[in-house]
Design a protein around this ligand. Structure first.
Ligand code: SF4
Ligand code: SF4
Length: 82
């Protein structure tokens, strides 16, 4: 999963781009729910939030480092729930 750092300027550009609805406005900055973020695996070739963020403040979440296979499995499980 990815993580938004405190360099976020709350521009709200990323939130509507997330195919998993993993991004929400937090108390101070935007936040990514790591259980919903597949790093866009299953939907797109590249992480859409990273592509649109004007200040490049989105990085890999060091507490949630996942392989492409794990992200693909998460994608499939999320699709089953909807
Ligand atoms: Fe959403 Fe993709 Fe960004 Fe993860 S990488 S928060 S799934 S847009
Ligand atoms: Fe924050 Fe970047 Fe999302 Fe804008 S696009 S809200 S700066 S994480």
């Amino acid at each position: 999963a990815l993580l938004i750092t405190d360099e976020c300027i709350n521009c709200d550009v990323c939130e509507p781009e997330c195919p998993n609805g993993a991004i929400n406005q937090g108390d101070e900055i935007y936040v990514i729910n790591p259980t919903l973020c597949t790093e866009c695996v299953g939907h797109y070739e590249t992480p859409q939030c990273v592509d649109v963020c004007p200040v490049d403040c989105i990085m890999t979440n060091p507490s949630h480092v996942e392989t492409t296979d794990e992200l693909q499995l998460k994608y499939q499980q999320l699709m089953k729930q909807t």
